[in-house]
Ligand binder design. Structure first.
Ligand SMILES: [Zn+2]
Length: 177
């Protein structure tokens, strides 16, 4: 529980999450080795789709809250911590989000790896590599912070791909120290 509270953006979010951390508002909850998810009844007709990728952790919720993580994600983690979420198979909307994250941030993941193979010539330009690594970390943070950040990250990823393509002789690659 302390862990969940440590993730909250403020005290009000913890209070709100505690109120929501009961089975009543939730349907279709589940967890697997990577994620926990569920549908939470809100004020609108459609329940919010809430999910947490525990490998980050990274959060995603269809509610309009600008808080990050939102109270729904925190409540879901509280429910999970209490054992109130059953093990299950991730539904399509969870699988799709995970896939879109992995896909869009692949250039950053590649650069974060110590044994990353980068185009020949780029390994000498450590300044550039450092900048890219910093962008990678910021982008990963941002994906979590803001739902709408994913498009911006996709743009950044595209720019990096263009940059890499422009710097590299196409025929060779070297290991980055
Ligand atoms: Zn939410």
């Amino acid at each position: 529980m302390e862990t969940v509270e440590g993730l909250a953006p403020d005290a009000a979010s913890v209070t709100a999450a505690r109120k929501l951390a009961r089975p009543g508002p939730w349907t279709a909850t589940g967890y697997d080795e990577r994620a926990v998810w569920g549908l939470c009844k809100g004020s609108g007709a459609r329940p919010y789709q809430t999910q947490v990728d525990l490998s980050g952790p990274a959060y995603n919720c269809s509610c309009p809250s600008r808080k990050f993580p939102c109270k729904h994600a925190l409540a879901l983690l509280l429910l999970r911590a209490r054992g109130d979420v059953p093990e299950g198979e991730a539904p399509a909307w969870v699988v799709e989000w995970q896939a879109s994250r992995g896909e869009r941030i692949w250039p950053f993941r590649v650069l974060e790896r110590k044994d990353a193979v980068v185009p020949n010539g780029l390994h000498e330009r450590h300044g550039v590599v450092e900048v890219l690594r910093r962008l990678a970390r910021e982008a990963d943070d941002e994906i979590g912070r803001e739902r709408h950040a994913r498009d911006r990250v996709a743009d950044a990823a595209h720019q990096i791909e263009v940059l890499l393509a422009g710097m590299a002789p196409a025929h060779a690659a070297q290991h980055l120290g």
